[in-house]
Design a protein around this ligand. Structure first.
Ligand code: SF4
Ligand code: SF4
Length: 460
């Protein structure tokens, strides 16, 4: 394990002369802010008044983002989150939520050993707050590497030692070092939660999920098993929302968040995509897309939505916009443990849909014409008896007898046990009362212009 030196030559102090440990350590390349993440957060807090920090026992929480076999898609998603945004967590903008000090290889101000020393401090219990690990990507079996170089590594140890004395550290090793002391271990994205694409058939890296790697007995320092936020890539809001819910609970300001038997936030993953899909109405009426770009239900071109647990249809991809079916893409089950193998070949109708889509087709063939009749009648104002005063080429006066009979029974059922809406009873007005239009038009004003004309002619 690398030691953190007490004093080194070379000043890296920020222009603001922060009194940080960094100032006493060797200079670094690439830190344009010339300060640590903690110092940045302190500055933001100072400018905001720190009002939110007095609401609970926690003032700050460190989050260490580690990446294994990943494509960085989870990072892209989470940095695009909007409800709450990552910036909200990092700047203490959410009332009651402690400050989040994120150590992320993309967003970090510090570089090199300055960046890595925070991980060592966490392991050595030298941080002034609890820490959480967010792990993106699957964990490879590092025993399978050639020459001992990790498949997925982060930094090298010992810190500040000459390169000849160092070795690269795999992210799997960081998990081993940091997982026991972490307040929570959050697996972000399907590679981390279930194994995902790096763990698919044919992989040569022995990749697996965080849960597989740590085992069922793993508990964090707060007694939590691994928390799983799947998706390839996940909805960024699902991560920030879960972090927010956990932190509010730890502050004593929110309920205990509920997780399902696979460690997924239950409020995010208990529903299927299909139940909230914008195309679900087409499925129910048995109308299906034949090719990409069609507007109907996508099940016959490979949508697994009816069995997949995912909330993208409610949350959208970013800022409540987009999402697979909204953008025309069938669900390929990317949030599910079996992804990708159990959902391949992609874009082929799932075998189970054969029964249900044909059942919908049959039911739809009866329901759709009936709905059209009902819909047509509901497109008419109550005063439009035979004529519709529209200049937009609506058909006029062609209500068939069948339609009238069906509508008669429909209305009878609609108002069974309920009061049918009526015109205002005349008794509301004093006897003999005549409104101004009554006096002018002799009670004929409540008819359409054409009829009014005819009645005027008769009066004349
Ligand atoms: S597109 Fe998929 S999720 Fe949407 S209604 Fe069809 S089967 Fe269900
Ligand atoms: S709808 Fe399906 S493919 Fe799209 S994000 Fe959800 S699980 Fe993945």
């Amino acid at each position: 394990m690398g030691e953190i030196p007490e004093k080194h030559v070379g000043e890296a102090g920020s222009p603001k002369q922060h009194t940080s440990e960094t100032a006493s350590l060797p200079d670094q390349v690439g830190n344009v802010g010339r300060r640590t993440m903690e110092e940045l957060v302190e500055d933001i807090c100072a400018s905001q008044g720190k009002t939110q920090l007095s609401l609970g026992p926690l003032e700050k929480v460190y989050v260490f983002w580690l990446a294994g076999m990943s494509c960085d898609g989870c990072t892209v998603s989470v940095t695009g989150a909007t409800e709450p945004a990552l910036e909200d967590l990092l700047t203490g903008s959410i009332p009651g939520v402690p400050l989040v000090i994120l150590h992320h290889y993309v967003l970090q101000l510090e570089a090199g050993d300055h960046y890595m020393q925070s991980l060592l401090k966490a392991e050595q219990g030298k941080l002034d707050g609890p820490y959480v690990i967010a792990y993106e990507g699957s964990i490879p079996d590092e025993n399978l590497t050639a020459g001992g170089e990790p498949f997925a590594g982060e930094g090298s140890l010992p810190l500040w030692a000459p390169s000849t004395e160092r070795r690269r550290v795999s992210t799997a090793e960081w998990v081993k070092r940091l997982a026991p002391g972490a307040a929570a271990m959050i697996a972000v994205g399907t590679c981390a939660t279930w194994g995902g694409i790096p763990a698919a058939y044919g992989n040569i890296t022995g990749s697996m999920s965080v849960m597989d790697w740590l085992g069922a007995d793993y508990r964090s320092a707060l007694g939590l098993p691994v928390i799983n936020i799947p998706g390839c890539a996940p909805v960024g809001d699902n991560f920030t929302d879960a972090v927010q819910a956990i932190l509010l609970f730890l502050q004593g300001l929110g309920p205990l968040p509920e997780f399902d038997e696979l460690g997924r936030p239950a409020w995010q993953f208990s529903e299927t995509v299909h139940r909230h899909c914008v195309r679900a109405g087409y499925y129910e009426e048995g109308v299906f897309a034949k090719e990409f770009g069609d507007k109907e239900c996508l099940v016959e071109i490979g949508c697994w939505g009816p069995v997949v647990q995912c909330n993208i249809t409610e949350k959208g991809a970013v800022g409540h916009q987009g999402g697979c079916m909204n953008a025309g893409g069938p669900c390929i089950g990317c949030t599910m443990p079996g992804f990708p193998d159990k959902f391949s070949p992609f874009y082929k109708s799932p075998p189970g849909s054969l029964f249900s889509s044909n059942a919908s087709r049959l039911l739809g063939s009866i329901v759709r014409p009936l709905r059209r009749i009902s819909q047509r009648e509901r497109n008419r104002e109550i005063r439009w008896h035979e004529t519709v005063p529209s200049g937009w080429a609506m058909e006029k006066g062609d209500t068939s007898l069948t339609h009238k009979i069906l509508e008669f029974f429909y209305e009878a059922m609609q108002f069974q046990g309920a009061k049918r809406p009526e015109k205002q009873p005349a008794k509301k007005f004093p006897p003999g009362h005549q409104s101004l239009p009554d006096r002018v038009y002799d009670g004929d004003y409540q008819v359409l212009p054409e009829e009014r004309e005819k009645k005027a002619e008769k009066r004349a």
